[in-house]
Design a protein around this ligand. Structure first.
Ligand code: SF4
Length: 466
Protein backbone atom coordinates (compact mmCIF):
# COMPACT_ATOMS: atom_id res chain seq x y z
CA UNK A 1 0.00 0.00 0.00
CA UNK A 2 1.30 3.50 -0.80
CA UNK A 3 1.90 5.83 2.15
CA UNK A 4 -1.08 7.93 3.28
CA UNK A 5 -1.61 11.46 1.98
CA UNK A 6 -2.57 14.34 4.29
CA UNK A 7 -3.39 17.15 1.86
CA UNK A 8 -5.03 19.24 4.58
CA UNK A 9 -1.73 19.73 6.42
CA UNK A 10 0.87 22.41 5.77
CA UNK A 11 4.02 20.99 4.22
CA UNK A 12 5.88 22.69 7.05
CA UNK A 13 4.09 20.45 9.55
CA UNK A 14 6.94 18.69 11.34
CA UNK A 15 4.92 15.51 11.81
CA UNK A 16 4.07 15.31 8.10
CA UNK A 17 7.70 15.79 7.13
CA UNK A 18 8.83 13.15 9.63
CA UNK A 19 6.21 10.81 8.16
CA UNK A 20 7.57 11.43 4.65
CA UNK A 21 11.11 10.71 5.86
CA UNK A 22 9.91 7.44 7.41
CA UNK A 23 8.04 6.46 4.23
CA UNK A 24 4.73 6.56 6.10
CA UNK A 25 3.26 9.74 4.61
CA UNK A 26 2.97 10.96 1.06
CA UNK A 27 3.28 14.51 -0.24
CA UNK A 28 0.44 15.98 -2.30
CA UNK A 29 1.10 17.98 -5.49
CA UNK A 30 0.06 21.25 -3.80
CA UNK A 31 2.28 20.52 -0.80
CA UNK A 32 5.21 19.91 -3.18
CA UNK A 33 4.59 23.23 -4.90
CA UNK A 34 4.38 24.99 -1.53
CA UNK A 35 7.62 23.31 -0.52
CA UNK A 36 9.27 24.47 -3.69
CA UNK A 37 8.30 28.09 -3.09
CA UNK A 38 8.63 28.43 0.66
CA UNK A 39 11.34 26.24 2.17
CA UNK A 40 14.91 27.60 2.30
CA UNK A 41 17.24 25.53 0.14
CA UNK A 42 19.45 24.22 2.92
CA UNK A 43 16.46 23.15 5.01
CA UNK A 44 14.99 21.39 2.00
CA UNK A 45 18.33 19.68 1.47
CA UNK A 46 18.36 18.46 5.08
CA UNK A 47 14.93 16.84 4.68
CA UNK A 48 15.85 15.26 1.35
CA UNK A 49 19.11 14.01 2.81
CA UNK A 50 17.24 12.52 5.78
CA UNK A 51 14.92 10.65 3.41
CA UNK A 52 17.88 9.46 1.36
CA UNK A 53 19.63 8.21 4.49
CA UNK A 54 16.44 6.40 5.58
CA UNK A 55 16.40 4.52 2.27
CA UNK A 56 20.13 4.09 1.58
CA UNK A 57 21.83 4.41 4.96
CA UNK A 58 24.55 6.81 6.04
CA UNK A 59 27.65 5.30 4.50
CA UNK A 60 27.55 4.13 0.89
CA UNK A 61 26.81 6.07 -2.27
CA UNK A 62 26.93 4.31 -5.60
CA UNK A 63 28.01 4.61 -9.21
CA UNK A 64 27.98 2.33 -12.24
CA UNK A 65 30.52 1.72 -14.97
CA UNK A 66 28.63 1.72 -18.21
CA UNK A 67 29.00 3.16 -21.66
CA UNK A 68 26.55 5.44 -23.36
CA UNK A 69 26.37 4.42 -27.01
CA UNK A 70 24.29 6.51 -29.39
CA UNK A 71 23.96 4.11 -32.29
CA UNK A 72 22.53 6.61 -34.76
CA UNK A 73 21.88 10.35 -34.89
CA UNK A 74 19.31 10.08 -37.68
CA UNK A 75 15.93 10.91 -36.19
CA UNK A 76 12.37 11.48 -37.35
CA UNK A 77 11.61 13.76 -34.41
CA UNK A 78 12.58 17.41 -34.22
CA UNK A 79 12.86 18.19 -30.55
CA UNK A 80 13.66 21.87 -30.19
CA UNK A 81 16.11 21.24 -27.35
CA UNK A 82 18.18 18.78 -29.39
CA UNK A 83 21.51 19.53 -31.05
CA UNK A 84 22.23 15.88 -31.78
CA UNK A 85 19.69 14.82 -34.41
CA UNK A 86 20.25 14.73 -38.17
CA UNK A 87 17.81 14.19 -41.05
CA UNK A 88 20.02 11.52 -42.60
CA UNK A 89 21.51 13.20 -45.66
CA UNK A 90 24.05 15.42 -43.86
CA UNK A 91 27.77 14.63 -43.93
CA UNK A 92 27.81 13.94 -40.21
CA UNK A 93 24.68 11.76 -40.11
CA UNK A 94 25.71 8.31 -38.94
CA UNK A 95 24.61 4.83 -37.96
CA UNK A 96 27.31 2.81 -36.25
CA UNK A 97 28.42 -0.47 -37.82
CA UNK A 98 28.17 -3.57 -35.65
CA UNK A 99 31.97 -3.82 -35.50
CA UNK A 100 32.24 -0.29 -34.16
CA UNK A 101 29.58 -1.01 -31.58
CA UNK A 102 31.31 -4.20 -30.51
CA UNK A 103 34.63 -2.38 -30.19
CA UNK A 104 32.94 0.04 -27.81
CA UNK A 105 31.61 -2.81 -25.68
CA UNK A 106 35.09 -4.31 -25.71
CA UNK A 107 36.55 -1.09 -24.34
CA UNK A 108 33.89 -1.01 -21.65
CA UNK A 109 34.59 -4.56 -20.51
CA UNK A 110 38.31 -3.76 -20.41
CA UNK A 111 37.76 -1.13 -17.70
CA UNK A 112 35.44 -3.34 -15.63
CA UNK A 113 32.18 -2.00 -17.02
CA UNK A 114 28.95 -3.88 -16.54
CA UNK A 115 26.36 -2.33 -18.84
CA UNK A 116 25.76 -0.38 -22.00
CA UNK A 117 23.18 2.34 -22.25
CA UNK A 118 22.23 2.38 -25.92
CA UNK A 119 19.88 4.97 -27.33
CA UNK A 120 19.62 6.59 -30.69
CA UNK A 121 17.72 8.86 -32.84
CA UNK A 122 14.61 7.25 -34.33
CA UNK A 123 15.99 6.07 -37.64
CA UNK A 124 13.39 4.82 -40.16
CA UNK A 125 16.03 3.02 -42.24
CA UNK A 126 16.80 0.42 -39.58
CA UNK A 127 14.80 -2.81 -39.60
CA UNK A 128 13.64 -4.84 -36.64
CA UNK A 129 16.21 -7.50 -37.54
CA UNK A 130 18.96 -4.84 -37.39
CA UNK A 131 18.06 -4.39 -33.72
CA UNK A 132 17.51 -8.04 -32.82
CA UNK A 133 20.72 -9.11 -34.58
CA UNK A 134 22.63 -6.37 -32.81
CA UNK A 135 21.33 -7.34 -29.38
CA UNK A 136 21.91 -11.05 -29.88
CA UNK A 137 25.41 -10.43 -31.28
CA UNK A 138 26.40 -8.32 -28.28
CA UNK A 139 24.82 -10.77 -25.86
CA UNK A 140 26.50 -13.81 -27.39
CA UNK A 141 29.92 -12.14 -27.24
CA UNK A 142 29.45 -10.43 -23.86
CA UNK A 143 26.84 -12.44 -21.94
CA UNK A 144 27.51 -10.65 -18.66
CA UNK A 145 27.06 -7.13 -20.06
CA UNK A 146 23.66 -5.70 -19.18
CA UNK A 147 21.85 -4.17 -22.16
CA UNK A 148 19.94 -1.08 -21.05
CA UNK A 149 18.55 0.27 -24.29
CA UNK A 150 15.86 2.08 -26.32
CA UNK A 151 13.79 4.75 -24.64
CA UNK A 152 9.97 4.92 -24.89
CA UNK A 153 9.95 7.36 -27.85
CA UNK A 154 12.09 4.86 -29.76
CA UNK A 155 9.64 2.07 -28.95
CA UNK A 156 6.71 4.15 -30.15
CA UNK A 157 8.54 4.80 -33.42
CA UNK A 158 9.39 1.10 -33.70
CA UNK A 159 5.64 0.53 -33.81
CA UNK A 160 5.31 2.99 -36.66
CA UNK A 161 8.33 1.61 -38.51
CA UNK A 162 7.67 -2.14 -38.08
CA UNK A 163 3.86 -2.25 -38.06
CA UNK A 164 3.66 -5.12 -35.58
CA UNK A 165 0.48 -7.18 -35.04
CA UNK A 166 -1.95 -6.06 -32.34
CA UNK A 167 -5.22 -4.17 -31.96
CA UNK A 168 -3.89 -1.39 -29.79
CA UNK A 169 -0.69 0.36 -28.82
CA UNK A 170 -0.20 -1.86 -25.79
CA UNK A 171 -0.40 -5.09 -27.80
CA UNK A 172 1.96 -3.70 -30.44
CA UNK A 173 4.44 -2.58 -27.81
CA UNK A 174 4.25 -5.99 -26.18
CA UNK A 175 5.06 -7.69 -29.51
CA UNK A 176 8.07 -5.49 -30.36
CA UNK A 177 9.42 -5.43 -26.82
CA UNK A 178 9.18 -9.21 -26.51
CA UNK A 179 11.22 -9.60 -29.71
CA UNK A 180 13.92 -7.29 -28.37
CA UNK A 181 13.88 -8.88 -24.94
CA UNK A 182 14.24 -12.33 -26.46
CA UNK A 183 17.21 -11.01 -28.43
CA UNK A 184 18.96 -9.81 -25.26
CA UNK A 185 17.43 -6.52 -24.08
CA UNK A 186 17.58 -6.40 -20.27
CA UNK A 187 16.04 -3.09 -19.22
CA UNK A 188 14.82 0.23 -20.58
CA UNK A 189 16.23 3.69 -19.90
CA UNK A 190 13.93 6.62 -19.22
CA UNK A 191 15.03 8.87 -22.06
CA UNK A 192 12.54 11.18 -23.72
CA UNK A 193 10.64 11.96 -20.52
CA UNK A 194 11.40 15.71 -20.72
CA UNK A 195 8.25 17.31 -19.25
CA UNK A 196 4.98 15.37 -19.48
CA UNK A 197 2.50 18.29 -19.46
CA UNK A 198 0.98 18.43 -22.98
CA UNK A 199 1.32 22.20 -23.47
CA UNK A 200 5.09 21.97 -22.88
CA UNK A 201 5.59 18.68 -24.66
CA UNK A 202 3.86 19.88 -27.82
CA UNK A 203 6.23 22.87 -27.96
CA UNK A 204 9.54 21.14 -27.34
CA UNK A 205 9.12 17.52 -28.40
CA UNK A 206 8.02 17.77 -32.02
CA UNK A 207 7.43 14.28 -33.39
CA UNK A 208 7.99 12.59 -30.04
CA UNK A 209 5.41 10.47 -28.21
CA UNK A 210 3.06 11.97 -25.63
CA UNK A 211 3.12 11.23 -21.90
CA UNK A 212 0.45 8.52 -22.07
CA UNK A 213 2.43 6.59 -24.68
CA UNK A 214 5.69 7.09 -22.76
CA UNK A 215 4.20 5.80 -19.51
CA UNK A 216 2.36 2.95 -21.24
CA UNK A 217 5.63 1.80 -22.81
CA UNK A 218 7.22 1.56 -19.38
CA UNK A 219 4.17 -0.19 -17.95
CA UNK A 220 4.47 -2.85 -20.68
CA UNK A 221 8.18 -3.21 -19.89
CA UNK A 222 7.30 -3.76 -16.22
CA UNK A 223 4.77 -6.41 -17.22
CA UNK A 224 7.56 -8.13 -19.16
CA UNK A 225 9.62 -8.15 -15.95
CA UNK A 226 12.07 -5.50 -17.10
CA UNK A 227 13.13 -2.62 -14.90
CA UNK A 228 13.25 0.94 -16.19
CA UNK A 229 14.21 4.41 -15.09
CA UNK A 230 12.38 7.72 -15.35
CA UNK A 231 13.82 11.11 -16.23
CA UNK A 232 12.91 14.77 -16.43
CA UNK A 233 14.60 17.58 -18.34
CA UNK A 234 13.63 20.91 -16.88
CA UNK A 235 14.64 24.56 -16.82
CA UNK A 236 13.30 25.63 -20.20
CA UNK A 237 9.75 26.80 -20.98
CA UNK A 238 7.93 24.90 -18.24
CA UNK A 239 6.64 26.17 -14.91
CA UNK A 240 7.30 24.71 -11.48
CA UNK A 241 3.87 23.10 -11.39
CA UNK A 242 4.78 21.15 -14.54
CA UNK A 243 7.71 19.57 -12.71
CA UNK A 244 5.44 18.50 -9.85
CA UNK A 245 2.89 17.12 -12.32
CA UNK A 246 5.72 15.14 -13.93
CA UNK A 247 6.74 13.67 -10.56
CA UNK A 248 3.12 12.86 -9.87
CA UNK A 249 2.64 10.85 -13.05
CA UNK A 250 5.82 8.87 -12.41
CA UNK A 251 4.71 8.12 -8.83
CA UNK A 252 1.19 7.12 -9.92
CA UNK A 253 2.38 4.80 -12.65
CA UNK A 254 4.96 3.27 -10.33
CA UNK A 255 2.13 2.49 -7.88
CA UNK A 256 0.24 0.94 -10.77
CA UNK A 257 3.16 -1.23 -11.88
CA UNK A 258 3.78 -2.41 -8.33
CA UNK A 259 0.07 -3.15 -7.90
CA UNK A 260 -0.26 -4.91 -11.23
CA UNK A 261 2.96 -6.88 -11.49
CA UNK A 262 5.13 -6.94 -8.35
CA UNK A 263 3.56 -10.11 -6.96
CA UNK A 264 4.51 -11.97 -10.15
CA UNK A 265 8.05 -10.57 -10.22
CA UNK A 266 7.33 -7.68 -12.58
CA UNK A 267 9.62 -4.74 -13.15
CA UNK A 268 9.38 -1.17 -11.92
CA UNK A 269 11.09 2.21 -12.09
CA UNK A 270 14.36 1.69 -10.26
CA UNK A 271 15.64 5.24 -10.57
CA UNK A 272 14.72 8.83 -11.29
CA UNK A 273 17.21 11.28 -12.79
CA UNK A 274 16.52 14.91 -13.62
CA UNK A 275 18.75 17.44 -15.32
CA UNK A 276 18.54 21.01 -16.58
CA UNK A 277 18.18 21.88 -20.25
CA UNK A 278 21.44 22.74 -22.03
CA UNK A 279 20.84 25.43 -24.61
CA UNK A 280 23.94 25.60 -26.86
CA UNK A 281 23.37 24.70 -30.52
CA UNK A 282 19.66 24.02 -30.01
CA UNK A 283 16.68 25.76 -31.65
CA UNK A 284 15.09 26.24 -28.22
CA UNK A 285 18.29 27.84 -27.02
CA UNK A 286 17.69 30.72 -29.39
CA UNK A 287 14.70 31.80 -27.31
CA UNK A 288 15.64 34.70 -25.03
CA UNK A 289 16.15 34.03 -21.37
CA UNK A 290 13.19 35.38 -19.41
CA UNK A 291 13.87 39.04 -18.67
CA UNK A 292 16.06 39.58 -21.71
CA UNK A 293 13.39 39.50 -24.41
CA UNK A 294 11.66 42.50 -25.85
CA UNK A 295 8.79 43.60 -23.63
CA UNK A 296 9.64 41.19 -20.79
CA UNK A 297 8.33 42.43 -17.47
CA UNK A 298 10.04 40.73 -14.54
CA UNK A 299 7.39 42.00 -12.16
CA UNK A 300 5.11 39.46 -13.86
CA UNK A 301 5.39 35.69 -13.44
CA UNK A 302 7.40 33.64 -15.95
CA UNK A 303 5.07 32.58 -18.82
CA UNK A 304 5.72 28.92 -18.07
CA UNK A 305 4.39 29.44 -14.54
CA UNK A 306 1.30 31.23 -15.87
CA UNK A 307 0.47 28.23 -18.06
CA UNK A 308 1.52 25.38 -15.73
CA UNK A 309 -1.15 23.53 -13.75
CA UNK A 310 -0.60 20.79 -11.20
CA UNK A 311 -2.95 18.51 -13.13
CA UNK A 312 -1.09 19.09 -16.41
CA UNK A 313 -4.08 20.80 -17.99
CA UNK A 314 -2.40 24.15 -18.68
CA UNK A 315 -3.16 25.80 -22.02
CA UNK A 316 -0.57 27.68 -24.04
CA UNK A 317 -3.10 30.47 -24.64
CA UNK A 318 -2.81 31.52 -20.99
CA UNK A 319 0.27 33.60 -21.86
CA UNK A 320 1.28 34.85 -25.34
CA UNK A 321 4.98 34.54 -24.44
CA UNK A 322 4.67 30.88 -23.44
CA UNK A 323 7.24 28.84 -25.37
CA UNK A 324 9.05 32.00 -26.45
CA UNK A 325 11.02 32.55 -23.29
CA UNK A 326 13.33 30.17 -21.46
CA UNK A 327 14.15 30.18 -17.77
CA UNK A 328 17.25 28.07 -17.32
CA UNK A 329 17.87 26.31 -14.04
CA UNK A 330 21.02 27.18 -12.13
CA UNK A 331 22.62 25.15 -9.37
CA UNK A 332 20.17 26.08 -6.60
CA UNK A 333 17.11 25.41 -8.77
CA UNK A 334 18.63 22.09 -9.78
CA UNK A 335 19.31 21.09 -6.16
CA UNK A 336 15.85 22.25 -5.06
CA UNK A 337 14.17 20.24 -7.82
CA UNK A 338 16.21 17.13 -7.11
CA UNK A 339 15.54 17.38 -3.36
CA UNK A 340 11.78 17.55 -3.97
CA UNK A 341 11.99 14.58 -6.32
CA UNK A 342 13.53 12.55 -3.49
CA UNK A 343 10.76 13.54 -1.07
CA UNK A 344 7.92 13.19 -3.57
CA UNK A 345 8.91 9.92 -5.24
CA UNK A 346 8.51 7.76 -2.15
CA UNK A 347 8.19 4.61 -4.26
CA UNK A 348 11.39 5.02 -6.28
CA UNK A 349 14.59 3.58 -4.86
CA UNK A 350 17.31 5.63 -6.47
CA UNK A 351 17.68 9.33 -7.21
CA UNK A 352 20.63 10.06 -9.48
CA UNK A 353 22.84 13.14 -9.35
CA UNK A 354 23.35 14.81 -12.68
CA UNK A 355 27.00 15.79 -12.76
CA UNK A 356 27.16 15.39 -16.54
CA UNK A 357 25.19 18.59 -16.98
CA UNK A 358 25.77 20.32 -13.64
CA UNK A 359 29.47 19.55 -13.29
CA UNK A 360 31.28 17.28 -10.84
CA UNK A 361 31.17 19.68 -7.92
CA UNK A 362 27.43 20.30 -8.02
CA UNK A 363 27.00 16.56 -8.62
CA UNK A 364 28.91 16.01 -5.41
CA UNK A 365 26.76 18.51 -3.51
CA UNK A 366 23.70 16.74 -4.93
CA UNK A 367 24.62 13.78 -2.68
CA UNK A 368 23.54 16.02 0.23
CA UNK A 369 20.28 16.92 -1.53
CA UNK A 370 18.64 13.54 -1.84
CA UNK A 371 20.76 11.77 -4.45
CA UNK A 372 22.23 8.38 -3.58
CA UNK A 373 23.85 7.64 -6.92
CA UNK A 374 26.44 9.41 -9.04
CA UNK A 375 25.44 7.65 -12.24
CA UNK A 376 28.07 6.46 -14.59
CA UNK A 377 31.70 6.83 -15.30
CA UNK A 378 31.40 8.65 -18.59
CA UNK A 379 33.31 7.09 -21.46
CA UNK A 380 31.25 8.71 -24.13
CA UNK A 381 28.28 11.03 -24.35
CA UNK A 382 26.99 12.53 -27.55
CA UNK A 383 23.55 13.97 -26.99
CA UNK A 384 24.05 16.40 -24.13
CA UNK A 385 27.58 17.23 -25.26
CA UNK A 386 26.18 18.31 -28.62
CA UNK A 387 24.27 20.96 -26.66
CA UNK A 388 27.42 22.21 -25.00
CA UNK A 389 28.01 20.11 -21.89
CA UNK A 390 31.48 18.70 -21.65
CA UNK A 391 31.93 17.03 -18.29
CA UNK A 392 33.51 13.60 -18.26
CA UNK A 393 34.84 11.57 -15.34
CA UNK A 394 36.79 8.38 -14.83
CA UNK A 395 36.34 5.89 -12.00
CA UNK A 396 39.00 7.22 -9.56
CA UNK A 397 37.61 10.74 -9.90
CA UNK A 398 34.04 9.63 -9.40
CA UNK A 399 35.08 7.65 -6.31
CA UNK A 400 37.06 10.65 -5.03
CA UNK A 401 34.01 12.91 -5.38
CA UNK A 402 31.83 10.46 -3.43
CA UNK A 403 34.43 9.98 -0.69
CA UNK A 404 35.09 13.70 -0.47
CA UNK A 405 31.35 14.23 0.08
CA UNK A 406 31.56 12.02 3.16
CA UNK A 407 30.55 8.62 1.79
CA UNK A 408 32.18 5.35 0.78
CA UNK A 409 31.97 4.83 -2.98
CA UNK A 410 30.44 1.56 -4.16
CA UNK A 411 30.19 0.21 -7.70
CA UNK A 412 26.68 -1.04 -8.50
CA UNK A 413 24.99 -2.86 -11.34
CA UNK A 414 21.76 -1.93 -13.16
CA UNK A 415 19.68 -3.58 -10.43
CA UNK A 416 21.33 -1.28 -7.88
CA UNK A 417 23.01 -4.27 -6.26
CA UNK A 418 26.44 -3.32 -4.95
CA UNK A 419 29.33 -5.09 -6.69
CA UNK A 420 32.35 -3.55 -4.94
CA UNK A 421 32.52 -1.44 -1.82
CA UNK A 422 35.63 0.71 -1.93
CA UNK A 423 36.50 0.84 1.74
CA UNK A 424 40.16 -0.17 1.64
CA UNK A 425 43.51 1.12 0.41
CA UNK A 426 43.08 -0.58 -2.96
CA UNK A 427 40.12 1.63 -3.86
CA UNK A 428 40.33 3.26 -7.32
CA UNK A 429 40.73 6.75 -5.84
CA UNK A 430 43.07 5.79 -3.00
CA UNK A 431 45.70 4.25 -5.27
CA UNK A 432 46.15 7.52 -7.17
CA UNK A 433 49.31 9.27 -5.99
CA UNK A 434 49.32 12.20 -8.33
CA UNK A 435 45.95 13.84 -8.94
CA UNK A 436 47.55 16.67 -10.85
CA UNK A 437 47.69 14.54 -13.99
CA UNK A 438 43.93 14.08 -13.84
CA UNK A 439 43.21 17.68 -12.98
CA UNK A 440 45.48 19.13 -15.58
CA UNK A 441 43.90 17.33 -18.49
CA UNK A 442 41.22 19.45 -19.98
CA UNK A 443 38.16 17.75 -21.24
CA UNK A 444 37.81 18.19 -24.94
CA UNK A 445 35.33 17.33 -27.62
CA UNK A 446 36.88 15.86 -30.68
CA UNK A 447 35.17 15.41 -34.01
CA UNK A 448 36.79 12.48 -35.70
CA UNK A 449 37.27 12.66 -39.42
CA UNK A 450 35.68 9.29 -39.87
CA UNK A 451 32.11 10.25 -40.78
CA UNK A 452 30.79 7.10 -39.10
CA UNK A 453 31.99 8.27 -35.71
CA UNK A 454 30.07 10.52 -33.38
CA UNK A 455 31.58 13.22 -31.25
CA UNK A 456 33.77 11.50 -28.69
CA UNK A 457 34.75 12.74 -25.27
CA UNK A 458 38.05 11.76 -23.70
CA UNK A 459 37.73 9.14 -21.00
CA UNK A 460 40.30 10.34 -18.53
CA UNK A 461 39.76 14.04 -18.32
CA UNK A 462 38.21 15.79 -15.41
CA UNK A 463 38.01 19.32 -14.25
CA UNK A 464 39.57 20.24 -10.95
CA UNK A 465 37.96 18.28 -8.16
CA UNK A 466 39.08 20.39 -5.24
S1 SF4 B 1 16.06 14.40 -28.45
FE1 SF4 B 1 16.09 12.30 -29.29
S2 SF4 B 1 14.06 12.06 -30.21
FE2 SF4 B 1 14.38 14.29 -29.95
S3 SF4 B 1 15.24 14.97 -31.92
FE3 SF4 B 1 16.97 14.52 -30.53
S4 SF4 B 1 17.55 12.41 -31.05
FE4 SF4 B 1 15.46 12.74 -31.85
Amino acid sequence: MPPTSHPELSIHDEGLLQGIIAGEARMSPQQALDLYHTMPLQELGRWADARCRAVHGDHLRSYVIDRNINYTNVCTAKCTFCAFRRDGDEDDAYTLEYDTLLDKVDELVAIGGTQILMQGGMNPDLSLSWYTDLLSTIKSKYPSVHLHAFSPPEFIEFIHFFDPPGNNIRAKLMWVMTKLKDAGLDSIPGGGGEIFAPAVRRKIGLGKCDAEAWLTTMHVAHELEMNTSATMMFGHIEGFADRIHHFDLVRDWQDKSIDDFAAEGGGRYKAFISWPFQRENTPLGRCPEWGQGEGDDLSQPFPGDVVAQLDGAGEKTADPLFGRRVKQAGASDYLRTQAISRLYLDNIHSIGASWVTMGPNIGQVALQYGANDMGSVMMEENVVSAAGTTYCLNEPTLCHLIRDAGFIPAQRNNEYNLLKIHDDDASPDLIIDDWSTLRSQKLHIEQENDQASPVELTIEAAQSIE
